[in-house]
Design a protein around this ligand. Structure first.
Ligand code: AMP
Ligand code: ZN
Length: 470
């Protein structure tokens, strides 16, 4: 299996540190508002990476943090006359609500900065003791000149940053070098703070991930991931902190998702060009949002538009309909057993699985994986039309649900309809069939409408009336 490593700028064979196990850390959101669809991308993409690694037999420990100490949370709390804790707790719940809707599996751990404060202070202290950090009036800075490999991830040259300047390197008189960054800052009036050897204060942003990764996964991890905007300075700084403190390589593979853009500009809160997942979910089902994200390769940009969402909804429906039609066909198939010819064809089904795995093994190409699923859908539709045996249809259905399951898409809920409801639906369908026989078309249409009001769609097929929710 090959993965693109931002650290080396090439696809590399994936070999975890410990055989059969993967330790994975993904930077999570700052919880001051609902997540937008750009924030949802790393959620869905790295959930899929995790699912695929599990599918390949790895035992994955997946850590995703919540940043629950931050200026933006404090500002919102002050505006709403709430505590920082009240604001962050609310938006952690909201983030879980969206993640559940997007079929993102819960991480093994979801640590929060406020629960890790002692360890954060300890790591800052270690960095000071080892000579990698210095103090100026209660602020602790990381001394980037003391870490010669600084810049190795983003490939930024320290000298360029100093002379050219960058919007992401803040100018601060107290810093020894422009790339130095804050590990700890002194308390400001009216802001939450914690006691430390340098007085009351709170941590800078980057230190939390170095601490949480070490605490929950150890000094060296296999995969560290996030959006590409985090490469510099966040991930660069995480490497500096962790490697300076621990004297070991921090992460073996660095994976970064591309942006979701609007009119080819990054979607972001600060530009105001964002759509929250919650708002989009009011117009399209959550599963369409997941499908939309997986339709592109995770490193390519995706330009968000209603038209593209609509096209994705249609595509997903095509896959789900094929699954429902197979289910219906299996219930009503005339021939049980596979013919000899079908037995030969059934072996060919494996080629879809092989193709699927080949593209996923090539840096998680979910876009091509979905194309393979579409091909299988076409194959399935032809088989159903040709009137294959039940046994063969079951094989096709199992392959389709197997591949969809790996991506967490097109799940058809079988448990949603109770026996009682099924009886009622089937009674109505029988009544409609009677009405049609009696040429009472208005009566038949009225029953169709009644079923539609119950959320049930019906379809007249050669095998009889097919029905499903949706
Ligand atoms: P934030 O809360 O801004 O730190 O973002 C949380 C995660 O979403 C990070 O991994 C970001 O890189 C990612 N992210 C933010 N905006 C976008 C975007 N427009 N497209 C893709 N990923 C994004
Ligand atoms: Zn991080």
């Amino acid at each position: 299996m090959k993965v693109y490593n931002t650290l080396t700028r090439q696809k590399e064979e994936f070999v975890p540190i410990e055989e059969g196990k993967v330790k994975m850390y993904v930077c999570g959101p700052t919880v001051y508002d609902f997540i937008h669809i750009g924030n949802a991308r790393p959620y869905v993409v790295f959930d899929t990476v995790r699912r695929y690694l599990e599918y390949k037999g790895y035992e994955v420990t997946y850590v995703q943090n919540f940043t629950d100490v931050d200026d933006k949370i404090i500002n919102r709390a002050n505006k709403e006359n709430k505590t920082m804790q009240e604001v962050s707790s609310r938006f952690i719940q909201e983030a879980f609500h969206d993640a559940d809707g997007l079929n993102v599996k819960r991480a093994t751990m979801h640590p929060r900065v406020t629960d890790e404060m002692d360890l954060i202070i300890q790591m800052v202290k270690d960095l000071v003791d080892k000579g990698f950090a210095y103090e100026d009036k209660g602020t602790i800075y990381f001394d980037t000149k003391r870490f010669p490999e600084y810049g190795k991830l983003s490939r930024k040259n320290l000298e360029d940053l100093i002379t050219g300047g960058s919007e992401r390197v803040s100018i601060d008189e107290a810093k020894k070098n422009p790339t130095d960054f804050v590990l700890w800052k002194p308390k400001k009036e009216g802001e939450p703070s914690w006691q430390s050897p340098w007085g009351e204060g709170r941590p800078g942003w980057h230190i939390e991930c170095s601490v949480m990764a070490k605490h929950h996964l150890g000094e060296s991890i296999d995969i560290h991931a996030g959006g590409e905007d985090l490469v510099f300075p966040h991930h660069e700084n995480e490497i500096a902190q962790s490697e300076a403190c621990n004297g070991a390589q921090f992460a073996k593979y660095w994976l970064h998702n591309g942006f979701i853009t609007v009119d080819n500009e990054k979607m972001s809160k600060s530009l105001g060009n964002f759509f929250t997942v919650r708002d989009i979910a009011a117009q399209f089902p959550y599963e369409v949002i997941r499908f939309f994200i997986l339709n592109g390769h995770y490193r390519s940009p995706i330009n968000f538009s209603r038209d593209l969402m609509q096209a994705c909804q249609n595509g997903l429906e095509r896959i789900k309909n094929a699954r429902k039609e197979l289910d219906f066909y299996i219930q009503n198939a005339v021939n049980d057993k596979m013919t000899d010819e079908e037995k030969t064809q059934a072996v060919e089904l494996l080629k879809y699985k092989e193709q699927f795995e080949a593209v996923m093994d090539d840096d998680f190409n979910t876009a091509d994986a979905i194309s393979v699923i579409y091909e299988l859908v076409r194959f399935s539709n032809i088989a159903v039309k040709a009137g294959v045996s039940k046994e063969y249809a079951v094989e096709i259905r199992d392959m389709l649900s197997h591949l969809c399951g790996v991506l967490g898409i097109a799940e058809v809920s079988e448990d949603a309809i109770s026996d009682e409801e099924t009886e009622k639906i089937e009674a109505l369908i029988a009544k409609r069939t009677e009405a049609k026989k009696a040429k009472d078309f208005a009566g038949a249409d009225a029953i169709r409408d009644e079923l539609a009001a119950m959320g049930i769609t019906i379809k007249d097929t050669r095998q009889g009336v097919q029905w499903f929710r949706g």
